[in-house]
Ligand binder design. Structure first.
Ligand code: ZN
Length: 304
């Protein structure tokens, strides 16, 4: 069930392992995490994206929620995976919901979450208006509950508690100035740091937005990189990838998805650099636990 990697072997890493063994126990984690631990879970929500962050200060951040039910598929990631997962963790309040961009495989599942019993502090939205029914339902849920909606800009520092530093790297500038770019390239991209361990959450950011980030001079170095756009060849450009220089790459993709994600081109680069690659389609939920010095990666399943 578990696979682990340590930067250095410490007593703490042993205790992390013990903690890790409990993650997928039927009893969940209850209210609180072990003191000083940051937990990031890349949820297996089939084809789509969803990540849950629990900070050492007790903040809960949900980035995307996978898809909602469509005419073609009754699967609602929000109802069937995200909400049960949050409940299993004892979460009552989601401090921040990040909707990276309005595509249905990211915001669709958020509709059920926004309409559920969770108290929600705010929604970060990329500010691009979409025409789909999914988007309208998502906005209706936000309006209905009067949840503050914030459109962040590159460079903004996010208040996710004193333990972590989180910064928005993209999109850059107001929505009306970037509306010509496709939805993916309007994704909210966030870099989060906890001590020596850092994460890059990329949404469906493709080469165009990667170039915007690179040109901005923002620091993109990350211990753990969520591959952009489900590991598609339209993302993870060589320069962007080498500059982020991750030890771990996570890929959120559905089993035998129709898009053939992840593509072999970025996979080849990931492998060549020796990064540890984790895939939700093979390994289920992927959880990273860190004390800010070392980290463990725990998967729901062994790779098939
Ligand atoms: Zn997507």
């Amino acid at each position: 069930m578990t696979y682990h990697r340590s930067i250095s072997l410490t007593i703490l890493s042993i205790s992390l392992l013990l903690l890790a063994a409990l993650i997928f126990s039927p009893f969940g984690w209850g209210e609180s995490l072990e003191k000083g631990i940051l937990k990031v879970t890349f949820l297996n929500i089939r084809q789509g994206d969803s990540q849950v962050i629990r900070t050492p200060d007790g903040k809960v951040i949900l980035i995307d929620g996978g898809q909602s039910a469509t005419r073609y598929s009754p699967f609602d990631a929000g109802k069937e995976v995200v909400i049960p997962y949050l409940e299993s963790q004892g979460v009552k309040k989601i401090d921040v919901v990040v909707a990276t961009h309005p595509d249905y495989d990211h915001t669709g599942g958020l509709i059920a979450v926004l309409n559920s019993h969770f108290q929600i502090g705010m929604v970060l939205d990329c500010g691009i208006v979409h025409t789909t029914g999914t988007y309208k339902k998502y906005m209706k849920a936000i309006d209905g509950k009067k949840i503050p909606l914030i459109i962040p800009d590159a460079g903004d520092i996010l208040d996710w508690g004193p333990s972590v530093q989180a910064q928005v790297l993209a999109p850059l500038g107001p929505p009306e100035r970037r509306g010509h770019m496709n939805l993916n390239n309007n994704s909210i991209v966030i870099r989060m740091e906890y001590g020596d361990v850092s994460f890059l959450f990329t949404g469906d950011c493709e080469h165009e937005e990667e170039d915007v980030i690179l040109s901005s001079g923002a620091r993109i170095k990350a211990t753990i990189l969520k591959a952009g756009h489900h590991g598609s060849k339209t993302a993870s450009g060589a320069l962007f990838y080498y500059m982020s220089d991750p030890e771990v790459v996570t890929i959120s993709a559905g089993k035998r998805n129709k898009f053939d994600h992840p593509s072999w081109e970025p996979m080849k680069i990931f492998r060549e650099t020796g990064a540890d690659i984790y895939r939700t389609d093979y390994q289920g939920h992927i959880t990273v636990l860190t004390d800010g010095k070392t980290y463990e990666v725990v998967t729901e399943y062994e790779e098939e």
